[in-house]
Design a protein around this ligand. Structure first.
Ligand code: CTP
Ligand code: MG
Length: 230
């Protein structure tokens, strides 16, 4: 049976709504609650741990386990894992991705249980051409990457519990700060990471523009669920 960790302890500075992003209202409920609802619809998930800003532990949805997050995202993952009851694999998900569907979580769990990988991570093929620039203040292009090989990584990321626990325990504070995702810690340690095919619809809410798009998507979803009755 799986355990889920939702990291929701960020400040949401780029969204700029004056409070933690996970608690900002999206289509009538806090952003965080969309991920909790999706995970509750996955039968394999037996517990949900939520890492929140230290002063906001009361905001944890009923039935979840609240824990104070850390200074960096990976530190929040580490604290959530430490508070998690038994369960393997471990699903790590960003509250900032409220549109992830139960199907995606379930497919990730099935994939890790049937294969040999240490981690299975949601990703979508990139549609933009990606160029590399070495100096941000100069903006001279140094390379054009081969698009057909590039995948934009998302959450959920699903881990064998022992593998995630080990790399988080071994990482220094600098490693944790440098890790923009947890799978990188596994890669670095020589573990196997596989992609789980997802699509760009699993949006990450970073800016007010992203929030508006997610509102539209959810409004459409609710309308479909309602069968156009209202
Ligand atoms: N996160 C966390 N603990 C941190 C930093 C981030 O739990 N110390 C979580 C966020 O709550 C979010 C996810 O990690 O769900 C991805 O982070 P990001 O999108 O950067 O969110 P914020 O850090 O809140 O946003 P910003 O960087 O704009 O302040
Ligand atoms: Mg951040």
């Amino acid at each position: 049976m799986a355990v889920a960790l939702i990291v929701a302890a960020g400040r949401g500075e780029r969204l700029g709504s004056g409070r933690p992003k996970a608690l900002v209202t999206l289509a009538g409920r806090p952003l965080l609650e969309w991920s909790v609802a999706a995970l509750r619809a996955v039968p394999e998930v037996t517990a949900i741990v939520v890492a929140l800003p230290a002063g906001e532990l009361d905001a944890a949805p009923e039935g979840t386990i609240a824990v104070a997050g850390g200074e960096t995202r990976s530190e929040s993952v580490k604290r959530a894992l430490a508070a998690a009851p038994g369960g393997d694999p471990v699903i790590v998900h960003d509250a900032a991705r409220p549109l992830a569907a139960p199907e995606l979580f379930a497919r990730g769990v099935a994939e890790i249980e049937s294969g040999e990988a240490d981690a299975v991570i949601a990703a979508a093929p990139v549609s933009d051409t990606i160029k590399e620039v070495v100096h941000e203040d100069d903006l001279t292009v140094s390379a054009t990457l081969t698009r057909s090989r590039l995948w934009a990584v998302q959450t959920p990321q699903i881990f064998r519990r022992a593998a995630l626990g080990r790399v988080l325990a071994e990482a220094t504070a600098e490693d944790l700060a440098a890790a923009t995702d947890d799978a990188w810690l596994i890669e670095r340690a020589g573990g196997t990471v596989r992609l789980l095919r997802s699509d760009p619809g699993n949006l990450k809410i970073t800016t007010p523009h992203d929030l508006r798009i997610a509102e539209l998507v959810l409004a459409e979803r609710l309308e479909v669920a309602d069968g156009g009755r209202s």
